[in-house]
Design a binder for this molecule. Structure first.
Ligand code: KG4
Ligand code: ZN
Length: 429
């Protein structure tokens, strides 16, 4: 039975914590088996939760790379990562104009952000029964998973609470109930440990997946192709975003998912449709694509409507279904490839980075790499595990943002429609 304190505390009459806290459903955090395991959320550093507290400050400009905990809960993946960075001299006053591509010359760092662990708990099985993501179910699962996932990330990286020097968290855009879980957890830990907190936009996190293990060269053109987004972003420096194009309707991942449903494939549809398409032997004619002359935008609703017309009320043999999937995939891969190459050419041919869940698509990788190499453009894809939602990419963005723009307020909020904005420099913030 639980016992509660009944007397109010002396300073502000708030109700102090339970004397017998609710038993955690999770085993205690292990610190390598040495000594007594600490409570999961570490003790407050401040004397009282209502005591005035200073705003945590950014690491000084000559500080070494920072060890960060990062959290991602914007949609249906609960993820935590531990990373150290930046390791390319950014935090020690190094150049940010791309000349740091090779990292410091003393051999002390490899550049980019060093990833120590990245734990992702997928909710695919949970949502499969509904054929899509149910927001309320997603946020409840985040609540159940966030602490075990953090603990696992810390264990795998062999770090303790005392080792952490900052927290990065996705604070939008996304499902608001899901975002709140990650943000509240991050704020709680930041407050308890007096750590600087930095909020990361989901799109910048996707771009910074490319900074895991290597520095970003500037300028670069990022194609973010995911379930919720299709953006072309030019970056001339860290945290400087110019959106050159975006989808006018569906995102490419959404088109994959909806196409999969039309073909009767189970959730999650994108990878299933890709697997079916890749099983088709031989070449296919792509389905008709949207033509948007004099534009840098995308549109995928037309090809989806085309597929819907083709399949409505019909049954198909397996080979014909695979052919339809291949033609549909070809059309999306071609639309992305043609647009990104056109825009890269228009802005002087910077290296292209393709990120987001759809960057896992093998046909897109193949087509874009071969078309780009024909005209001498460089294309990069992060490791497939860093393309779909994960906290490693949040850690990478967080490490640079903390070093270059400083921490956010401890009152940081989240928003389902957060706009992508360039970082203020430390002097502006
Ligand atoms: O980036 P992400 O994990 O979440 C969003 O930010 O939306 O991307 C998920 C999307 C889903 O729509 C999924 O179907 C798609 O990425 N996706 C793929 C593949 N793997 C994931 N689409 C096509 N081919 C794939 N192999
Ligand atoms: Zn995403």
């Amino acid at each position: 039975m639980l016992a509660f304190h009944t007397s109010a505390c002396e300073c502000c009459r708030c109700i102090p914590p339970l004397t017998d806290p609710v038993a955690s459903p999770f085993p205690p955090l292990s610190r390598g088996g040495v000594g007594k395991p600490p409570p999961f959320i570490p003790p407050l550093v401040t004397s009282h939760p209502h005591a005035p507290r200073k705003v945590a400050s950014a690491p000084p400009s000559n500080s070494p790379p920072v060890l960060l905990l990062a959290l991602e809960t914007s949609c249906d993946e609960t993820s935590a990562a531990i990373a150290r960075g930046p390791t390319d001299g950014t935090a020690v006053g190094g150049p940010t104009d791309g000349s740091a591509v090779g990292g410091p010359t003393d051999g002390s760092a490899v550049g980019g952000v060093e990833l120590l662990s990245n734990v992702v708990a997928s909710q695919d099985d949970l949502h499969a029964q509904f054929g899509g993501i149910v927001p309320e179910v997603a946020s409840r699962r985040h609540i159940e998973m966030i602490l075990p996932v953090i603990r696992e990330a810390m264990d795998r990286a062999s770090v303790t609470w005392d080792d952490l020097q900052g927290i990065a968290v996705t604070n939008g855009p996304g499902l608001i109930g899901s975002l709140v879980v990650g943000l509240a957890t991050a704020k709680g830990i930041a407050h308890a440990r007096d750590l600087p907190l930095v909020g990361i936009h989901h799109l910048e996190a996707h771009i910074y997946a490319a900074a895991v293990g290597q520095p970003l060269p500037f300028p670069l053109l990022a194609l973010i192709a995911s379930g919720g987004h299709s953006h072309l972003v030019l970056m001339r420096d860290h945290g400087r975003y110019e959106v050159l194009g975006r989808t006018r309707d569906d995102a490419p991942g959404e088109a994959f998912d909806k196409g999969a449903r039309l073909l009767g494939l189970p959730y999650p549809g994108g990878p299933q449709l890709a697997a079916l398409a890749d099983s088709f032997p031989g070449n296919v004619e792509p389905m008709p694509r949207a033509h948007l002359p004099d534009s840098r935008d995308f549109s995928f609703s037309g090809v989806k409507a085309h597929l819907a017309r083709l399949v409505r009320g019909k049954d198909f043999e397996d080979t014909e279904r695979a052919r339809l999937a291949a033609a549909y995939q070809e059309s999306i891969a071609l639309a992305l490839t043609q647009r990104v190459i056109q825009v890269a050419d228009e802005v002087g041919g910077p290296p292209i980075f393709v990120v987001g869940g759809v960057a896992r698509n093998a046909r897109l990788r193949e087509l874009l790499a071969s078309r780009a190499s024909q005209i001498g453009l460089r294309v990069n894809f992060p490791d497939p595990t860093l393309c779909t939602d994960n906290a490693a990419m949040v850690a990478a963005a967080g490490a640079y943002k903390l070093a270059l723009a400083g921490p956010d307020s401890p009152h940081l909020d989240c928003s389902a429609n957060l706009p992508l904005e360039s970082w203020p420099t430390k002097n502006e913030s």
